[in-house]
Design a protein around this ligand. Sequence first.
Ligand code: TXA
Ligand code: MG
Length: 323
Amino acid sequence: MTVAEVLQADRKAIQRAASLLREGKLVAFPTETVYGLGACALNPQAVARIFEVKERPLFDPLIVHVATLEMAGEVGEFLDPRALLLVKRFWPGPLTLVLPKRPTIPDIVTAGLPTVGVRMPAHPVALELIREAGVPVAAPSANLFGHLSPTTAAHVVKQIGDRIDLVLDGGQCPIGVESTVLELLEEPVLLRPGGIPLEDLERVIGKIRIGSLKDSPRAPGQLPFHYAPRVPLRIVPQEMPPPPGFRVGLLAFQVVRHPEWFVKVEILSSNGDLREAAANFFACLHRLEEAGLDLIFAEPVPEVGLGRAIMDRLRKAEAKTLQ
Ligand code: TXA
Ligand code: MG
């Protein structure tokens, strides 16, 4: 079994990664949200390997990452004036726009949909990698399908290190939850809450409808279960004593009143800062997953700003482990 090379993301490593991408290989790289597993978006065979490596169903479309507006225009159609307003305000950054796709993007990238998700990441390593590769980069989160997203290079290696060629290590991802996915066809629809709060988007383009399961034919990846640790997770309204005989861990928001009840405790943000909570979210769950627990109790966080993205992922983790 070979394990991926992990390189500090300096200029030389980025150049190497860029040439691997051009050759049709897979490279994991940091973004401001989570680590991505990248392939050249114009190469259907390379993109097919992403689905293999992640064990991801082919009906789940990928996000295409770009480094310039010119590149973005070659991926999707930016005819809607609201798309331009959003790009001006939030790119580079954790916003994915779902727009009509250009014919140059192979069907496997979009799961056969007539639309494409496109985003310009705000991480300097991601931007330099895409610019250096000179091609748009299709990249889902660099984890196995349905499992916890990676916010460090070590998280990537743990899940898929034996299946890919190179991991660029750029340290911890500063935002820590995936991009917000917004469909902009006729009415704007929020397909996934994420790194840009809904409130901020609405301030620029007005009311946004919250996507639901009935939008799923257009957003087949928006499954009700996802982002799950390998240990069952339950959202508990407040700290409660675990059932006797079970090794239970606690994912707390701010304060812990009874640490002695739990085998392991993780706190998202001791001063209740939702940004800090989002940045710590997946790393806390990775540590809980590794603590040999029977069950994880997770406290809800306030559902405003980035709290919406955190609660979305907690609910999906709970739904997955209830399956
Ligand atoms: O922050 C992020 O978005 C990270 C980093 C690596 O950029 N990427 C990411 O990709 O989270 P992924 O594949 O784990 O999630 C992409 C989501 C999927 O749920 C997919 O269904 C949705 O975006 N999506 C992509 N293209 C779409 C399309 N054309 N229509 C509807 N949904 C789409
Ligand atoms: Mg993902």
